[in-house]
Design a protein around this ligand. Structure first.
Ligand code: DGT
Ligand code: CA
Ligand code: CA
Length: 571
């Protein structure tokens, strides 16, 4: 069983305990374990083998036992017994927004509903409305929940969601006067995949904005439209929610709908201890019932005695405790990046010339760019052999002469062969400004072999950076079997930099890896892996991911000026 499967089991257990009406305390313990496991950069099986499960926050003796049983037998007696107490499918009903434990039990026992599809059918046939005193309205809410769940089932990569959100915002701005239009939800937090797009804005006339929104050409279906919010489904089958309020309420609204849900729950618990209650409308003083509205998030957090928390950090780990001590770390921002360290040209499989890539990088405000074309082993990518590397270096010298205040670094993306040796001789690598090494073949090797292979590459004195270290492609290819903890240790020991690849289908290292690598003192870099000039702008996805890993400018090598960067590399 992998971590995701184990987390799933504990999530089910938490849900079933909720159905059973067990103590919040007990339920929380499982939820905490779920979050902890989901964010774990190492496989549980590995920790179990090393007897280190208890080091994971949220894993105590009881949960350790259950994990061990799951890992060794693939089953859990406690889970099976618990499930047997409830009708089949009742857990899946709990996943539907708007369906709580009581409703789920009634739907299941009284109507025999077993799944979200069953539920939708029962609503349409009017059977659900008959079940509740509130009648139609409750059924309608649940139906919306089922529909929103259906579109959310396929999460889309942020690389698709962000441009779509930008397109919608631009179209809206063309049509109606709307201010402060911005993404909220997982998109603002820069999660790698997005369930639905949440947009917020302010306007004097919110109805006018919502009318324009629901009439946009890309709308396939309008799910709901009220005075301050509307939900649509796009032709691409993605749900988009828009909320529009007056300026004075913007901060409260933005805070609430940025989430994450877990962050908001923790925040609400803290507020309650201060006699305050939180909602999308603002902060209510419980004693007096007085509602305070907030125009900015800064003012909102400040009212709770907290430092402002950047959206990418709002995942409900320990950001609130740090904000209370005013010690939330300052994450890296887009303006901190001074150059791109992973860029291809038409010398291998890129589209544009070295000069075109350099000029585009300079236009972005960068001070340098590393041209890192593939090495010869990658035949399909027209990888460079020894002679072409020399010719390319001459071309880079020529381009540099024509560019003032900007530097093209002579790099290479050298292939790490199946045995961990490199595809170009050390003498050639020694001449380069930047050597990026990466695995492109035999990606199915078993864990130990793959780990040894990558570590061998880090031990090469010329290898500065390991690119896209895990090789995963979002929704296409799983990460290679790698013992990341050992890779991080090797990188720290050898002074090898690990890349945060900014291509939105890679985002590799990913957020939790960045977090752990940083803790172990690993140096990191950002690279877009651009194969054309317009890809240089993908850096924003790398920066967002770095922020989710709590990386500051000081953790990322290419926030340094060129000379300092070269001095910080291995050779
Ligand atoms: P997604 O859409 O699955 O990628 O993730 P989010 O985080 O965008 O979630 P979404 O769209 O369901 O809701 C947007 C935000 O609204 C969420 O991050 C926090 C807030 N929110 C939603 N449901 C709840 C809730 O039940 N309680 C609280 N406190 N906040 C919620
Ligand atoms: Ca969302
Ligand atoms: Ca939403």
């Amino acid at each position: 069983m992998n971590n995701g499967e184990v987390a799933r089991v504990f999530q089910d257990i938490a849900d079933l305990l909720e159905l059973k009406g067990e103590s919040v305390f007990k339920i929380r313990a499982y939820q905490k374990a779920v979050r902890s496991i989901e964010n774990l950069p190492v496989e549980l099986s590995q920790l179990a083998a090393e007897g280190r499960l208890r080091e994971v926050p949220g894993i105590g003796e009881a949960i350790e036992k259950k994990i061990t049983e799951l890992l060794t037998t693939g089953r859990l007696q406690y889970y099976d017994d618990l499930r047997a107490e409830f009708p089949e499918g009742v857990i899946s009903l709990l996943q539907v927004p708007g369906v709580g434990p009581k409703t789920a039990m009634r739907l299941s026992t009284e109507l025999g509903v077993r799944s979200a599809e069953d539920l939708e059918k029962a609503i349409v046939e009017g059977r659900v409305a008959g079940l509740f005193r509130m009648g139609d309205k409750t059924a309608e809410n649940i139906l919306r929940g089922v529909q929103s769940m259906r579109t959310k089932e396929q999460r889309i990569p942020i690389g698709e969601a962000l441009p779509l959100a930008q397109e919608i915002m631009a179209a809206l701005q063309e049509r109606v006067p709307v201010r402060n239009l911005t993404p909220a939800g997982s998109l603002r937090r820069f999660r790698e995949t997005i369930g639905d797009i949440d947009l917020l804005g302010t306007a004097a006339d919110s109805e006018e904005v919502l009318a324009a929104f629901t009439a946009l050409p890309l709308v396939r279906e309008v799910l709901a439209r009220g005075a301050t919010k509307a939900s649509i489904v796009t032709r691409g089958n993605l749900q988009v929610d828009l909320r529009v309020v007056p300026d004075e309420e913007y901060g409260s609204l933005l805070q609430y709908f940025t989430g994450s849900k877990q962050h908001n729950i923790s925040l609400r618990e803290r507020a309650l201890r201060q006699g305050l209650s939180l909602s999308e409308y603002g902060i209510t003083v419980v004693e007096t019932g007085q509602l305070e509205r907030y125009a900015t998030e800064e003012a909102f957090y400040s009212r709770l005695g907290l430092q402002y928390i950047p959206p990418e950090l709002r995942e409900g780990t320990n950001e609130i405790a740090l904000a209370a001590e005013h010690s939330v770390p300052e994450p890296i921002g887009p303006a901190d990046v001074r150059g791109d360290l992973h860029v291809h040209s038409s010398w291998s499989d890129g589209r544009d010339s070295i000069e075109q890539m350099a000029r585009a990088a300079r236009a972005m405000g960068y001070q340098y760019v590393a041209i890192t074309d593939h090495s010869k082993g990658l035949g399909i990518a027209h990888g460079l052999n020894e002679e072409r590397v020399q010719e390319q270096r001459a071309e880079i010298r020529r381009v540099n002469e024509g560019l003032q205040g900007f530097r093209v670094l002579a790099g290479i993306e050298v292939d790490i062969r199946a045995d961990g040796s490199l595809d170009l001789p050390d003498e050639v690598l020694a001449q380069m400004d930047v050597v990026v090494a990466a695995v492109h073949s035999a990606m199915g090797q078993e864990r130990e072999k793959m780990t040894r292979r990558v570590i061998r590459a880090t031990e090469n004195p010329h290898v500065d950076i390991i690119a896209h270290p895990t090789g995963r492609l979002l929704g296409v290819r799983e990460a290679m079997a790698l013992d990341m903890e050992t890779v991080f240790q090797a990188a720290a020991r050898t002074g090898t930099v690990l890349e945060i690849n900014a291509m939105p289908d890679r985002l590799d290292l990913r957020d939790v890896h960045i977090f752990r690598a940083r803790e172990l003192g690993v140096k990191l870099s950002l690279g877009t892996d651009a194969h054309a000039a317009e890809h240089l702008g993908l850096m924003q996805f790398g920066v967002g991911t770095a922020r989710r890993g709590w990386a500051g400018a000081g953790h990322i090598l290419n926030t340094l000026p060129a000379e300092a960067l070269l001095a910080a590399l291995k050779h």
